[in-house]
Design a protein around this ligand. Sequence first.
Ligand SMILES: C[S@@+](CC[C@H](N)C(=O)[O-])C[C@H]1O[C@@H](n2cnc3c(N)ncnc32)[C@H](O)[C@@H]1O
Length: 268
Amino acid sequence: MEQEWRGNMIGGFGRKKEMDKIQNNVERQKMKERCEIFSIDITDVEQRLASFGEDGMLVSRFNDDADGYKFKSVRYYDEQGLHLNRFYYAMASLALKDVRNVFEIGTGDALSTVLLSQLFPEARIFTIDLPQGDPRFKRWRTKSAPETMRGKQRQERLRAENIITYEKNTFFLPSLDLPERFDFILVDGAHKYPQLAGDIMFAYNRIVEGGFLFFHDYYEKKASSCHVKQVVDWMAERIPERVFTFPMGTPPKKLEQKMALLVKGLNK
Ligand SMILES: C[S@@+](CC[C@H](N)C(=O)[O-])C[C@H]1O[C@@H](n2cnc3c(N)ncnc32)[C@H](O)[C@@H]1O
């Protein structure tokens, strides 16, 4: 079964100002008992290679001399609060070495896609979403149609050289011309059964040993519109790996929103 995060994990990286904002926010929002944030020394390569310990800890030291560092543009804090998902991807990018292939299921507005392309500049970022004409793409077709401002921004984000887009229903994933193995996968496409089960089976079976597999929106609530928790729990009962869950939303209102993560080969 899924392993509840015990609050002693969390690393991050960034400049002192940003890290202080996070620390303050965490303390103000009384999230502290659940969340202790350490920051990662982003100027020292050795320090950057944070690794999982006994309790899934990713801990590192802080260094405020971050200017000029290539990941500095990654923001996980803005006026809307914390975006802890970005924080976790950033940590994964620090922990993983020689990443070649990254896969995102569910491009959406390409916000994560562009972030992943920055976090893994040497890798190819594969991302898939429904074809624009697909009736199931309605939300994105209306809100993010190519001629809208949002659509234009989406296109702009997807222009990064290392991003490879697919416009396909993930039902066809096994027959697409994709790499055999991925070092990092983010499952954030359909949130309902049965589509999600197909995505999860594909992702689990194509991640490399030691690779990171994230599941967005592992919710306790909203079960009727979101089956991520049910399907991830179903998977967790069948695999040897531990599944960690982390808060994702802005505290305190959205504290129940979570992400799940497994590291292939990091067993229960
Ligand atoms: C929550 S959004 C992804 C957001 C994005 N990962 C981000 O962080 O900005 C989910 C996306 O999955 C897509 N999707 C839903 N069902 C799908 C399917 N069967 N095949 C491919 N994409 C699908 C939707 O069209 C939508 O754009």
